[in-house]
Design a protein around this ligand. Structure first.
Ligand SMILES: *[C@@H]1O[C@H](CO)[C@@H](O)[C@H](O)[C@H]1NC(C)=O
Ligand SMILES: *[C@@H]1O[C@H](CO)[C@@H](O)[C@H](O)[C@H]1NC(C)=O
Ligand SMILES: *[C@@H]1O[C@H](CO)[C@@H](O)[C@H](O)[C@H]1NC(C)=O
Length: 344
């Protein structure tokens, strides 16, 4: 790691505002068994997701003609951001075989509270001159089928044990450093688990997507949440670094006598090795490019880019009905995979 990256990482840990970046909350649009990137057109996809962002999100999202900016609202803080962001959801597994979805909260961290109802926090971290995503761009970080933690770089996708139930209590150093793990911690001293997903920052400059939704992008030589280092010759275009933070509040599941062998799993019924995030770009016009060029910061209004922050009651109110209707909350007989979910 170069000295500048070390410094940037340390600054990010202690005082993220020192390196300008967008950082904002997104509340839950819907929790639904759909995935327009991997299974376009399919209802009741193999596993459940939580989705945030623009409400034009639907099961097809044809890259050639779906206009995300036609959304009438977004569950994310910036009014001009109609992108969609999604991840698997975490479940607690009781030793009696039933499952319950783990609630999510905002992540205040060192910069004050980011209020959201479920959902996740999104970062766009520039490093040097970056090229914003183009209309139709989409990508995936991580792999929903991977069961081997050794195949995941802990500097990109990781979990942190949070010993407080207070989302404003910052814990530890830069994301995906120190004792952060690929596996989901199973430890009764953890009150919350923070999941971090860092996306590739290098693009081939041509393809808005690829058959595996990954090979048109690549990780840079840098690691962690520093905006990324040099890009390989195959993928020379530097993108803004996207990072998701998801806070899973496990504090009601800490009675170890109720735990199954694997108490916390993602909705594929696999642990942290299968953590993944999906992204479809949908900022209006060139607002994201301008926000990066002008080093717009955190979730503040930024007139140079024409982006406006909404109040939490506004973006929290942006929701969507499930397109694959089923019960996803409360005690379930099994994970919602295959058949429709049933209550325990
Ligand atoms: C998804 O939205 C597009 C508009 O962008 C629409 O044409 C299509 O019919 C919608 N698909 C579903 C399944 O609702
Ligand atoms: C986490 O859940 C516990 C138990 O329900 C609750 O007391 C606490 O306020 C929650 N934390 C946050 C930040 O919502
Ligand atoms: C498992 O335990 C939970 C919590 O006590 C309960 O609600 C659920 O019905 C139980 N499931 C079975 C199959 O007994």
């Amino acid at each position: 790691m170069q000295l500048t990256s070390v410094v940037a990482a340390a600054l990010l840990a202690r005082h993220a505002a020192a390196q300008n970046m967008l950082r904002f909350a997104c509340s839950q649009l819907v929790v639904d068994r759909v995935d327009p990137i991997v299974n376009p057109g399919m209802q009741y996809t193999p596993h459940l997701h939580q989705i945030v962002g623009g409400n034009s999100f639907n099961i097809t999202m044809d890259p050639d003609n779906h206009d995300l900016t036609a959304s009438t609202c977004t569950s994310c803080s910036f009014k001009e951001d109609k992108s969609n962001y999604w991840t698997a959801v975490m479940f607690f597994q009781h030793k009696n075989g039933s499952y319950k979805r783990v609630p999510q909260v905002g992540n205040g961290g060192p910069q004050g509270q980011l209020v959201n109802k479920g959902g996740l926090d999104v970062y766009y971290i520039p490093s040097g001159k970056v090229t914003a995503f183009k209309k139709g761009f989409r990508m995936i970080a991580g792999s929903a089928a991977n069961t081997d933690p050794k195949k995941v770089s802990a500097s990109n996708i990781c979990h942190r044990c949070w010993k407080s139930t207070d989302d404003n209590q910052f814990t530890g150093g830069a994301p995906c450093t120190g004792s952060d793990t690929v596996d989901i911690p199973a430890d009764t001293s953890c009150k919350m688990i923070r999941q971090t997903l860092i996306f590739p920052t290098c693009w081939d400059g041509k393809n808005l997507d690829s058959p595996d939704h990954q090979s048109h992008v690549a990780y840079s030589s840098g690691s962690g949440a520093t905006g990324g280092g040099n890009c390989p010759a195959t993928h020379p275009v530097k993108l803004p670094q996207i990072m998701y933070e998801v806070m899973w509040n496990i504090s009601t599941f800490l009675d170890k006598s109720t735990w199954a062998a694997k108490p916390f799993v993602y909705s594929m019924n696999i642990g942290g090795a299968a953590a993944h995030g999906d992204y479809v770009f949908g900022w209006e016009g060139d607002t994201l490019q301008k926000a990066m060029d002008n080093r717009c910061n955190l979730n503040n209004d930024c007139t140079a880019a024409g982006i406006h922050k909404q109040q939490p009651d506004v973006y929290n109110a942006c929701t969507k009905k499930q397109q694959a209707p089923e019960t996803v909350d409360g005690w379930l007989q099994a994970l919602p995979m295959g058949e429709m979910a049933r209550r325990a």
